[in-house]
Design a protein around this ligand. Sequence first.
Ligand SMILES: Cc1cc2nc3c(=O)[nH]c(=O)nc-3n(C[C@H](O)[C@H](O)[C@H](O)COP(=O)(O)OP(=O)(O)OC[C@H]3O[C@@H](n4cnc5c(N)ncnc54)[C@H](O)[C@@H]3O)c2cc1C
Length: 286
Amino acid sequence: MAAESVAHFDAETDVVIVGLGAAGAAAAIAAAEAGAETRVLERQMAGGGTSALSGGLIYLGGGTPVQEVCGFEDDPDNMEAFLVHACGPDADVPKVHAYCQESVAHFHWFMEHGVPFTAEFYPEPSREPPTDAGLIYCGGELAWPNSEVARPAPRGHHPQFPDTAGGFLMDRLIEAVGRTSAEVTTEARAERLVVDSDGRVVGVSCSRDGSDHTVRARGGVVLAGGGFVFNNGDWERTRTTGARSGWAREWGQPSPACPLSSVPFRSPSPRRWQRGSSSIRPAGVS
Ligand SMILES: Cc1cc2nc3c(=O)[nH]c(=O)nc-3n(C[C@H](O)[C@H](O)[C@H](O)COP(=O)(O)OP(=O)(O)OC[C@H]3O[C@@H](n4cnc5c(N)ncnc54)[C@H](O)[C@@H]3O)c2cc1C
């Protein structure tokens, strides 16, 4: 909607964040800690989103303390080599590079915001450990040809909670949001962006209690409302990429729809199944 058509803004802030899942919580914490007046609009009665229903596995590497304690060598370049390969022909290389270079810092960010990890490797890959063990293989790193592209290292970081840990992760992140000055408004469904005559997004219109509320954003609006499963354009674009026959051939897989699913799993050598019992948790968190 055009900014000129807004007769009255009900509220004004520096940053508006739409959605309080993992992405919205991280954005809210970052914005508030940077000193921005921050408001989160969440359409449900509480935050959490899909993130709270997820396994809670966080793909981190490059030499995190959990990897080190468990005896696995990794570094950002090794992680990047694997991820660029695993992401296929349309990998966003600069984004992957930044993700890998910052990955150890991301681990510490979670710790500092109340998400603890147990420094224990769980040998069964690609599922949430039934215990609170903190590290698994979850990306096919041991499978050929991935194992030849980069030195395999487990990078699935599982927060210190048995089995599916998404609810625990989101409890901790939402608590961390609560320790900042960010204001969370629930049952507020963002419906329209407010755009000025230069095309700049300057606010959000949301629906609350059946009426429209418009919030002006001096700094910016972060859309963290979740995935794009209902966006036919994006879904079609990514599906087409995954199904490209050339890529399937390159990977040597018979199934064009899911080129990774039938890669034979090669068991890790038992000597790598080192277990530790150290608990890595942020100061002051029990
Ligand atoms: C069963 C399952 C298991 C998974 N396991 C893992 C895993 O182990 N590791 C992993 O990395 N990924 C996993 N995923 C994927 C992962 O859960 C998602 O990629 C991730 O949760 C997306 O986070 P998000 O913050 O972008 O969105 P969400 O967590 O969905 O948060 C979006 C929030 O925005 C709110 N919202 C939406 N629209 C509006 C609106 N218009 N106005 C206001 N608020 C709005 C929603 O109510 C919600 O709270 C799993 C997914 C599923 C379904």
